[in-house]
Design a protein around this ligand. Structure first.
Ligand code: NA7
Length: 548
């Protein structure tokens, strides 16, 4: 008996049912995928490891967590009533509000009966004789499905560096990507935080305001721009909602799929004074609008340098101690890692209770019972926070035992880096779809429109198979090879592959160094549409193998 309407999701454990679709993950991708499948009349089951829906916004509850794309854009567009009725309290919604939004969507579209929480998929094996996927979970489910859709997120497997003595620490430890549900009080405590990526940059100002002392261990400084967050002016909301479809369409028609006021001219055709005026305008606009500053920002290192130097100038202005300011100035190209967005990050280093430690100069050698030791000093804490990121884009898929035709494992197929066709499918793995997979714009775009585009494409494809009396779809190896080459060739002439980013897998020791996301949201959407229009060019579509 399904658990109708309950927020605790469907009853689970030990099921042996059969579905048209199994969806792994109940973040924004999984929720919309389920809704679409049900609209089309397919039977679907969602397995979610967490005890609630919301994915990224379920797990990343660290202080200061919020989205870095304006909420009017980082939201679903598939339902006009939803986008008209939902009201965001701030330009950049905090984690809690995004989680409320995910729950609201699950309620509104009555998704709960098909979502099984507290259930991690452990394996998915393609049974060639039956033309079905056999999916197993850690709760004893052993279900079968015609299609398996991985809605597992790009940043869902946390990375905790394997420091010597890791488990010896006697105080409290946290990872920003697995933050507890209960509020954590840092009042009067000595806190250490490792990492200066987006999660650290958002949480450091909040924690510093509470803790007795905060020590930040920085390996690589990052570029951060001010969010200028606050309530959304009523007139902005009214204007967007009056023509929401046009607003979405205009943003979807850009390289990165977001409203960043892209300029078509180049930085180097302007005088230094003109460039500075433009960068000041971007700094005042805040958020990721720097990406739109000049057309050559990501392609010409000299142009990139002008914007990078502008931000370094801002850091030197804000941070009073010149030695600390210099440590905080990135030397990498601007945007080779995702630009961070903050509220008072650099200014936090003017506080007397904050210390910055450069662990590039003197690396962390061990965690100790009372703190940690670097190559040249020891530090004591009550609490230690790992803001050390994720095994991005492939980590969650590689941790599952996924086997396609002829028992080939995805781990083996991707041993030298992920290979997909359109970031959606993998040759040798029929009817397996990945939402926002490696080789799709995903993290180089506004994730919500990217997710919706994938869900729409997958739904249309599965529906097409049904209408044509077909069952199986599989990417051709050659189409996949050509796509992987194209993804790399698109990134190669840009500054994107020039630093040790998680885009390249460079943050995880031993991970193959391959540029994973695809640069170019609008051309990507056009390509997916063209593939479908040409009868699924690059795929083999076939009838059930066991059809009489
Ligand atoms: P990130 O951006 O991957 O940041 C992780 C940080 O942790 C980064 O500063 C790393 O330094 C640092 N790190 C990782 N391993 C170590 C070790 N072994 N020693 C010292 N420092 C280390 O993760 P976030 O969670 O902040 O953000 C992820 C994305 O979420 C972000 O890009 C936005 O899209 C939202 P490194 O730079 O590797 O030298």
């Amino acid at each position: 008996m399904p658990n109708l309407g309950s927020k605790s999701g469907a009853n689970g454990g030990g099921s042996a049912a059969s579905y048209d679709v199994v969806i792994v993950g109940a973040g924004f991708a999984g929720l919309y995928m389920l809704h679409k499948m049900r609209q089309l009349g397919f039977s679907a089951r969602v397995f979610e490891a967490g005890d609630g829906v919301g994915g990224t916004w379920f797990w990343n509850r660290y202080p200061g967590a919020r989205v870095d794309i304006q909420s009017l854009e980082y939201s679903y567009q598939f339902d006009e009533d939803l986008q008209q009725q939902w009201e965001w309290s701030e330009r950049y919604a905090p984690q809690g509000e995004l989680l409320d939004y995910a729950n609201h969507v699950a309620d509104r579209f009555k998704l709960w009966p098909d979502i099984q929480l507290n259930t991690r998929v452990t394996s998915a094996h393609f049974d060639e004789a039956a033309d079905l996927w056999r999916v197993r979970t850690d709760q004893g489910d052993a279900v079968s499905a015609t299609n398996v859709i991985m809605a597992t997120g790009c940043l869902s497997s946390t990375n905790t560096p394997n420091f010597e003595g890791l488990s010896s620490f006697k105080g409290r430890t946290f990872h920003t990507g697995r933050w507890p549900k209960e509020p954590v009080d840092f009042t009067g405590r000595r806190v250490g935080i490792i990492g200066t990526g987006s999660s650290a940059i958002q949480s450091i100002p909040v924690i510093a305001a509470e803790a007795a002392h905060l020590t930040v261990f920085q390996r690589t400084p990052n570029y951060s721009v001010p969010a200028h967050n606050g309530p959304i002016p009523e007139e902005v909301v009214r204007k967007v909602k009056a023509n929401y479809a046009d607003f979405r369409a205009a943003n979807n028609n850009t390289a990165l799929g977001a409203d960043w006021d892209y300029r078509a001219d180049t930085a180097l055709e302007h005088t230094p004074e003109e460039r500075t005026a433009e960068y000041e305008r971007r700094w005042a606009m805040g958020v990721l609008s720097f990406y739109g500053s000049y057309a050559d920002l990501l392609t010409d290192p000299e142009a990139n340098y002008t914007a990078a130097e502008f931000i370094r100038g801002k850091i030197r202005q804000i941070v009073k101690d010149p030695v600390v300011a210099e440590k905080l100035c990135p030397t990498t190209a601007l945007g080779c890692k995702r630009i961070c967005v903050d509220t008072g990050y650099y200014d936090t280093y003017n506080r007397p209770n904050v210390t910055l430690v450069d662990v590039n100069a003197a690396p962390i050698v061990a965690v100790t019972p009372t703190g940690l030791r670097t190559a040249d000093a020891a530090y004591d804490f009550d609490d230690l926070i790992f803001a050390t990121g994720f095994d991005a884009m492939t980590g969650t898929l590689m941790r599952m035992d996924i086997r396609g035709a002829r028992g080939v494992s995805l781990k083996d197929e991707w041993a030298e880096g992920p290979k997909t066709y359109l970031g959606l499918c993998v040759a040798g793995f029929p009817n397996l779809f990945i939402i926002a997979g490696p080789g799709s714009p995903s993290v180089l775009s506004n994730m919500l429109p990217s997710i919706e585009q994938h869900v729409n494409w997958i739904s249309q494809t599965v529906d097409h198979l049904r209408k044509q009396g077909l069952k199986r779809i599989e990417a051709k190896a050659q189409a996949q090879e050509e796509w992987v080459t194209h993804v790399n060739e698109t990134a190669a002439p840009t500054i994107l592959p020039t630093c040790n980013s998680w885009y390249l897998g460079a943050n995880i020791p031993g991970k193959p160094r391959v540029f994973m996301p695809y640069l170019g949201f609008a051309p990507y959407v056009a390509k997916c549409d063209e593939v479908a229009a040409k009868g699924y060019e690059g795929f083999v579509l076939s009838a059930p193998a066991h059809a009489s």
